[in-house]
Design a protein around this ligand. Structure first.
Ligand SMILES: [Zn+2]
Length: 171
């Protein structure tokens, strides 16, 4: 068993299929949301923080500087679409559909990213009322994720991680 599998600190979910990390460096199902970080297509120094809530599909897409994404005013933008696509690669369509509670159950067939996005858009989701706060939380998780990747494999507690205010607060 590799050392990281014994660690209680880093939970690694096997990827269903290889992902394009350069386009969507971070995606996760957490805190009742599908959330992630999506690279800007035009500006390498900019990323978008995207999220969709389970159940009502309330969405948010803002830059890493917490400015609103121009494409996500009345509905899902391209960044959210890219994030859904990467989530399906990472988790499989069935798991994403269950987590988000989409109405895409069709026998045993796992929905595609297009089917998931279409089903959520059909429900006419609203922009999340707390989009700004959500963006900050997701970006903090992304930074912690990056910090984990740079740490050597170990099973020892990491005291320097304890002061992060969001640790444990975001279930
Ligand atoms: Zn966007």
């Amino acid at each position: 068993m590799p050392m990281w599998e014994e660690s209680s600190l880093v939970r690694v979910v096997p990827t269903a299929r290889p992902r394009k990390l350069a386009k969507v460096p971070f995606v996760e199902l957490a805190a009742g949301r599908l959330q992630g970080v999506v690279s800007s297509g035009s500006d390498v120094s900019r990323v978008y923080v995207s999220s969709v809530a389970s159940g009502d599909f309330a969405f948010a897409c803002r830059t890493n500087n917490n400015r609103p994404c121009g494409g996500a005013r009345g509905g899902f933008c391209n960044h959210i679409g890219a994030m859904v696509g990467e989530a399906v690669l990472q988790y499989g369509g069935a798991r994403v559909a269950r987590y988000l509670q989409t109405d895409t159950a069709d026998g045993d067939a796992a929905p595609t990213a297009q089917q998931l996005a279409a089903a959520m858009s059909a429900a006419r989701p609203q922009q999340a009322a707390d989009a700004q706060a959500v963006t900050g939380q997701v970006f903090a998780r992304f930074l912690r994720h990056l910090a984990y990747l740079e740490l050597p494999a170990t099973t020892a507690p990491l005291p320097e991680m304890h002061w992060f205010p969001t640790a444990g607060a975001v279930a």
